[in-house]
Design a protein around this ligand. Sequence first.
Ligand SMILES: [Zn+2]
Ligand SMILES: [Zn+2]
Length: 718
Amino acid sequence: MQLQFLGAAETVSGSCFLLSYDSYQVLIDCGMFHGPEEYKQRNYGDFPFIPQEIDAVILTHAHIDHSGLLPKLVKHGYKGPIYGTGATADLCSIMLPDSAYIQESEVERKNRKLRRQGKKLLTPIYTVDDAEQTLTRFRRMIYDEEIKILPGLRLRMRDAGHILGAAIVELWVTSGGRTTKIVFSGDIGNLNQPIVQDPTYISEADIVVVESTYGMRHHEGREQRFQRLAQVVNETMERGGNLLIPAFALGRTQDLLYALRILQDKGEVPPLNVYIDSPLAVSATEIFRKHTPVFDWETRTMLREGRSPFEFDGLHYTQSVEESIALNSIHSGAVIVSASGMADAGRIKHHLKHNLWRKEAAVLLIGYQAIGTLGRRLQDGAREVRIHGEPVQVNASIHTITGFSAHGDQAALLTWLKRFRHIGQIFVVHGEAEDAHQFAQLVHSELNVPTVVPKLDEIFHLTGGRIYSVWEERFHNLHIDEDFSGVVQVWKEGQILFRGSYGFANRRYEVKNTMDTSFNLGSGREIFAAVGLCQLAEKGRISWERVRELLEDENRNVGLLEQEIEAITEQAYACYIEEEIFAHAQMERSGYYTLDRLPPEAAVGYTVDDQGQIMENVYAILNQDTGLQAYSTVHDLGRFWEALFTQKLLTQSSLEVLLAQYSQTLPSQRYYEMRGEGPGVSLISGVVPEKQLTITVLSNGEKATKSVYDQLLKITLS
Ligand SMILES: [Zn+2]
Ligand SMILES: [Zn+2]
């Protein structure tokens, strides 16, 4: 069983974890990245897995940093279910189409510019249509219900107390007769937060994946935070300015309304003119009204008494753009709540542009402000900011109240962790790098449980109580040449120590190489013919002398060996090898093909011509060798070696004859290697049987294969 961290690793956004066990693959969240460009780039391009091969998706909650790439997943072929609570499904029904609409309009705006410049146009990550498709895949769960979603996988969702419908995910994974319990915290709510319940405490887990957004911070208490809010509101109103509050449409806006209602009811602030300027917040509030049964006791009581936080005199919801623009003419006395919560998109930017320069105005930041956002720059005290390309003076007063966060602070997170009776291992995610590492240290010292901050894309094996990263330190220094195109994999004792895919399988159509791409083995296919001949000698159909003579010939060539098989079996050699070797070794993606009839997942070989131009090798090979080419994948070559050394293909004594030809010198261990070359083909696959170690480098180019291979060999044997 393994767990890969595809997002929210040393950063707060892009939550996405890939759990693989037996033949199943499950995603926990599929969120969008925000913040710095290097992360945002990951929203584009291919997923690091094949969407069709994912068996199930589990969604912790509706926030875009957890759900935002689900429509992309569906667009790229995901056909399975998405498990989430009913409230999460409802909230996604407004969040995802809204996100798609933002993608589409953003791309449309950029394309207008690109079109004028005669440049290549962009396509949106996904469209409203893809988002609508995604909604049909939801399977609604209720809190605390336990269901089996796949063979060997049980799921339960518990109230995370973060936003409406947010869940902590409990998973029981049974593989090889052993059950491992994994808990994903999702986003953990704040204690005593309005509207939603407090987070559920869980009693035990082998593995906990916990968020750390506010792992190094302390929130103001509820009384303090309400007082501060009253103070900011009163001061701004007395000065005669507007109060702008950037807020997530979902959760934060409703929490704020709740607080404003209570302050007005108690007379701690005057009756207010509050504008909720976000169509999304309006729809989200509708959904809140529908899910009152999951509210906390206090909010249910308020509703019973007819004091709805979502409706009061002076509360205005603005939908249309015209209504939003009309707010620009109000210079005083308005509380404007608008998205986005970090002020880096949406209508709030217009309101900031019209108010930031006024010294009587105020901005109140109540949510998390990620590095690189406009909200963060204001929080950090910028005197001038750029909005829509225009410089704007910051004369308004800027305030921050942290307690409104939907995330638990250090105390809340530690309490949640300490309520477990047993935890075997903790992974700290969903925090800025520095916070995550400091929080991990704190957790380790307080709980004395092994605690790791995973890196982006890092893979961990979770087998038999022993948990280790496949990215051991020593692989971090591996240098992969930019020209290298192909895949690499290091196997040890049935576990992957390192894997990676680089470059293009097809440059013309920009198809990237993946771990499942099949590669031409060129002259490397010789070893299959050699195994075939040894098998025939075992059956007495050819003499061992003749086999030795063929194999030991300095000038042997693969064609000669293949002809010999055809002469003996009176059958095409390709059919013989496919039946007697590939089938026995379960090399399901290996076969012989002519270059004009390649399977779709095969890589095109590339070679460099006299002018240094890269060209497809088809023509080069057609001139020299019109016969069949063997294609295989990195997994299949691993299976080949395994079958060979477990005597599934040859007896021990014939194996010795064969291996004598593939033996290479390495200090103090037996080591065997196959190599293949050809135009647009280069590969090395080696095995150290005593260590159950296989290293394979397959390339559809001719560069750097040896350098990559030599480094891997050196690293693994050191
Ligand atoms: Zn969240
Ligand atoms: Zn989150």
